[in-house]
Design a protein. Structure first.
Length: 64
């Protein structure tokens, strides 16, 4: 299963977080906020990580 981990204000910032987490071995799914998906790349984006990797992702953010 996947758990919501972070909410990014737009796709550019979400892609940056995804690259950082992926470089550390954490898979990430990006899902545009369903309520504001019509805004395209400027819509908030939800980052999901596997349930088993949430503690790893939190530790990576803590170090940044």
């Amino acid at each position: 299963m996947w758990a919501e981990f972070l909410r990014a204000p737009n796709r550019y910032i979400a892609e940056t977080w995804r690259e950082l987490l992926f470089a550390e071995g954490v898979s990430v799914r990006l899902i545009p906020d369903p309520e504001r998906a019509a805004e395209g790349d400027f819509a908030p984006v939800l980052l999901y990580v596997p349930d088993s990797k949430t503690h790893v992702a939190r530790e990576i953010l803590r170090k940044v």
